[in-house]
Design a protein around this ligand. Structure first.
Ligand code: GYE
Length: 329
């Protein structure tokens, strides 16, 4: 009897151990926690992986430092994780460590910011925003809005508040911003500086611009957090955000929707942080043995503003108040 009992216990233990070790380990090297977008991105991927049966998440917050992210990637290799999700704080300097990931034969999924070396490495798929197009939409929105106000032939002063220097979201949006400015010769660039994608730095940069630039008509902020920080600075300087200064953000986070509905911000160009709906089915398909060949996916995105109806060629703006209740981040 005793023998049978021990045999059963041993069997149960074996089953437990083998099912525990059967967990698929997905490691995620995240950039940091600089913005509402980033928080939504982290929460979305974390909860999708943690709540998936049989999947385990190993998460690392790089705190905006490339060296931390490189260390995290090497740790993932040592731990022999099953998949790596990666977004890099800057776009250069990843060649070596990503080659090591390739040599370890760990499938790599790129999310959000795609590294410069993407052509030279192997990855399963890449899911990210079309940053150049987002930058184009920001400036085109301002240009078309001014036309609608009957100010299309007046010279207006524009400042561009850029994201983290060297991030693909910054280089891409800047490229799109500057290209689109050429289509609207009345938009004069009078300031261009990084606010590092944070609310605090957005506020500080706007404060200094308001002191040093005699007239600012339009703020193009490469994310909503910086736009919201700038709104605080504009109010503190006794000006009316959304009227005295036209404000165009990027991301379309909840707080930007609230600011638009409150009349303090004019427009936000969408960049979705919700990649779990792409990442999860991809890993499931890989587990079934399906093959991917460096698939690049840019989700479809909108433009949201106070009144809607601004035609930007590839997209028409939607009135924020009409869709605020359906927003997921
Ligand atoms: O726009 C910004 C965040 O890489 C698309 O990073 C992302 C950007 C996003 O900090 O808010």
């Amino acid at each position: 009897m005793k023998k049978v009992f021990f045999l059963v216990v041993a069997l149960v233990m074996l089953v437990c151990v083998s099912s525990a070790s059967a967990d698929i380990v997905i490691a995620f090297s995240q950039i940091g926690q600089e913005s509402d977008w980033r928080t939504a991105n982290t929460d979305d991927l974390k909860s999708a992986i943690e709540n998936h049966p049989g999947w385990k998440l190993v998460y690392d917050d790089g705190q905006q430092k490339q060296e931390n992210q490189i260390k995290a990637l090497r740790n993932f290799i040592t731990q022999n994780v099953n998949y790596i999700l990666f977004t890099g704080v800057v776009s250069t300097g990843w060649d070596e460590v990503l080659k090591e990931v390739n040599e370890a034969e760990i499938p790599l999924l790129l999310v959000d910011r795609i590294p410069d070396c993407a052509d030279k490495i192997d990855y399963v798929a890449a899911f990210g925003g079309d940053f150049v197009e987002e930058g184009r939409r920001q400036v085109a929105w301002a240009g078309e809005y001014l036309k609608k106000l009957g100010k299309g032939d007046e010279d207006v002063n524009v400042v561009i508040m850029e994201g983290t220097t060297g991030a693909s979201a910054q280089t891409g949006r800047t490229e799109g911003n500057l290209k689109a400015l050429k289509d609207y010769p009345h938009l004069k660039l009078v300031g261009q500086q990084s606010g590092n994608f944070t609310r605090a730095e957005g506020q500080a940069v706007m404060e200094s611009w308001l002191k040093s630039i005699p007239k600012i008509d339009v703020l193009i902020a490469q994310n909503d957090d910086m736009a919201l920080g700038a709104i605080d600075a504009i109010k503190a300087a006794g000006k009316v955000p959304g009227k005295d200064i036209i404000i165009v953000g990027c991301d379309s986070v909840k707080a930007a929707f609230d600011a638009i509905v409150a009349g303090e911000m004019n427009c936000t160009v969408e960049c979705t942080p919700l990649y779990a709906e792409f990442v999860v089915p991809t890993i499931e398909a890989l587990e079934r043995g399906e093959k991917f060949d460096k698939t690049v996916i840019h989700p479809e995105e909108g433009v949201f503003d106070m009144d809607g109806g601004i035609d930007l060629g590839s997209v028409k703006s939607i009135k924020a108040a009409d869709v605020i209740a359906t927003r997921r981040y």
